[in-house]
Design a protein. Sequence first.
Length: 75
Amino acid sequence: MIGIKTYKAKLFLTLTSREGQKFEQVVELVIDADSKKEAEKRVKDLDASVKLDSIAITSIHHVGTKTRAELKKSH
């Protein structure tokens, strides 16, 4: 078979700011590997460094006190 296998690794990250504030985040990483064992070996017990490439908004969640029915009545 010709092709590339990919595996999704779910990483639990603890990030610490320069001020000492900690943030916990779950990240999913897609890895090219020939087997699940190889993929696990590549990410298990790693140290990481972080360099910010970009930040983009993905969604906006509006929170209000009125329901849709109440909003319709007020207009």
